[in-house]
Design a protein around this ligand. Structure first.
Ligand SMILES: Cc1ncc(COP(=O)(O)O)c(C=O)c1O
Length: 379
C-alpha cells in the first residue's frame, strides 16, 4: 500500500468528510478496527489471552524500534507520554544539576511534570520564541549551563507547527552535560525520525495521531549508555527485570529501557497501535513525509494567495505536517468548516490543519475554497 488515493479506501471517514485533524487523532482504518474487534473476539472466546497480549506488547516495542531505526532494548512501552516522562524525571537526582529547561512549545504535560519537580528542588527555565515565532538553538544554548539536568525541546510544536533543530539543541546541551528530551508526538509517523541522527537522548510519542492507533499507548526511546544510569522511582511490575518473579522483596529494574514501562499493558490500545503502525510502515515514513510535504507546500501557497497569516514557518525544513493559520474567531471558523464536513482543530487564535498519508490534493483545494468563502474569519 502506498499513500494518497492508493490508501484512502482504508479510511472510511473520507467517504463523508475531508479530514485534516491527524494532529489530534489519526483517522480510523479498517485494519485498526479489525484488530480491535479481533481482541474482543479473542477475549470473548478464550477469556484472558494473556500470552498473546504480552506478545502484542513486544510486537509494539519492535514496531517502534523499526520506526525509529533503533534497538528494541532501548524502547519503553508507555501508557502515555506523561507516564514515560514522569518515569524519566523520577530518575533525575536533581542535586547540583537541578535545572530543567523547557521550550515554550512543549505540550502541557511536559511543562507540568517539569514544574512538579520543583517540589523536590528543581528549577524550571523557560525558553521563549523570537518575534518570528521560532526558537533557534542559540536561545536554548543561552539557557543551558552546568546546572542543567534536562532540556526539553519538542520536535514539532503542537500549537504552531514549528520544528526544532533537535540535533543543534542537543549539541549545546551535551556540551554542558545535560540530557535532551524530544517529545516527538507531532512528528512520529509523518516525519522520519532516526535515533542515530536526531541527537536527543530520550524521544517520546504515542499512537493517537500519525501512528493511526488510539489512546492509552505511547513509547519512550532512551539512548543506550543513558538508560543504564537512570533508575526510575516511578515504576511498576512490567518494568522489573523478571516480570513474573512476582517478588515484593526488592527493586530490580529491567536491564533495558523497559525499566521505564509501568503496569499491565494497555491491551486494546496495543491491538490498535500495532495495526496502525503497520499501515505507516508499509507506506514508509520517507514516502509519507514526501507526500505530506507536497500537500503542505500546496496549502501554504494557496493560503498566501488568500492573504492568510500562516503562523507555521515558511522554511520547509522547519515545519512538518501541521499548518497553523491565524483567525479572528477561530471557534467560528472551525464550526463553519465542520458544517461543510471539513474536520480541523484549533489552538489559541490559530486554526490547525494537519495532513497525513491519506490526504490528497483535492482535500487541500477543498479546504482552500472553503477558507476563501470564510475569508472574513482569517486574520
Ligand atoms: C506534542 C504532544 N505531546 C504529548 C501529547 C499527549 O501526551 P499524553 O500521551 O501524556 O496524553 C500530545 C497530544 O496531544 C502532543 O501533541
Amino acid at each position: 500500500m502506498s499513500v494518497g488515493h492508493a490508501i484512502r479506501g482504508e479510511f472510511p471517514i473520507f467517504e463523508t468528510a475531508t479530514y485534516f485533524n491527524s494532529c489530534s487523532q489519526g483517522a480510523l482504518s479498517h485494519r485498526v478496527r479489525d484488530a480491535v474487534e479481533g481482541w474482543l473476539a479473542g477475549w470473548d472466546a478464550n477469556g484472558a489471552e494473556w500470552d498473546f497480549w504480552v506478545e502484542r506488547n513486544e510486537a509494539f516495542r519492535s514496531s517502534i524500534a523499526s520506526l525509529l531505526n533503533a534497538e528494541v532494548d532501548d524502547v519503553a512501552v508507555t501508557t502515555s507520554v506523561s507516564q514515560g516522562v514522569s518515569a524519566l524525571v523520577s530518575a533525575l537526582r536533581l542535586g547540583e544539576r537541578n535545572r530543567i529547561v523547557i521550550s515554550e512549545y512543549e505540550f502541557p504535560t511536559v511543562g507540568q511534570i517539569a514544574h512538579a519537580q520543583e517540589l523536590r528542588g528543581a528549577e524550571v527555565v523557560h525558553v521563549r520564541p523570537d518575534d518570528d515565532g521560532s526558537i533557534p538553538p542559540e536561545r536554548f544554548a543561552e539557557s543551558i549551563d552546568e546546572r542543567t539536568a534536562l532540556v526539553c525541546c519538542t520536535t514539532l510544536s503542537y500549537r504552531s507547527g514549528h520544528r526544532h533543530d533537535v540535533a543543534a539543541i542537543a549539541e549545546a546541551a551535551h556540551a554542558k552535560g545535560a540530557l535532551v528530551l524530544a517529545d516527538s508526538y507531532q512528528a512520529c509517523g509523518a516525519i522520519e525520525l532516526d535515533m542515530r541522527s536526531l541527537g536527543a537522548d530520550v524521544v517520546t510519542g504515542g499512537t493517537v495521531k500519525y501512528l493511526l492507533g488510539t489512546a492509552g499507548l505511547g513509547f519512550m526511546w532512551v539512548r543506550p549508555g543513558v538508560w543504564e544510569s537512570l533508575l526510575p522511582t516511578q515504576t511498576g511490575w512490567f518494568a522489573d527485570e523478571d516480570i513474573f518473579a512476582m517478588s515484593i522483596a526488592d527493586y530490580s529494574p529491567s536491564r533495558s529501557a523497559r525499566r521505564f514501562d509501568s503496569g499491565t499493558p494497555p491491551v486494546p490500545a496495543l491491538f490498535a497501535g500495532v495495526a496502525g503502525i503497520s499501515l505507516v510502515a508499509e507506506a514508509g515514513v520517507p514516502a509519507i513525509e514526501r507526500h505530506v510535504r507536497g500537500l503542505v507546500d500546496r496549502m501554504v501557497d494557496g493560503l498566501d494567495d488568500l492573504g492568510a497569516t500562516v503562523a507555521t514557518p515558511r522554511d520547509p525544513a522547519r515545519r512538518g505536517p501541521l499548518v497553523c493559520i491565524r483567525s479572528t474567531d477561530v471557534g467560528a471558523l472551525v464550526a463553519a468548516l465542520a458544517s461543510e464536513r471539513i474536520v480541523v482543530s484549533s489552538r489559541e487564535d490559530k486554526l490547525r490543519v494537519s495532513a497525513h498519508l491519506y490526504n490528497v490534493e483535492e482535500d487541500v483545494d477543498r479546504l482552500l475554497d472553503a477558507l476563501a468563502r470564510h475569508r472574513s474569519l482569517l486574520a
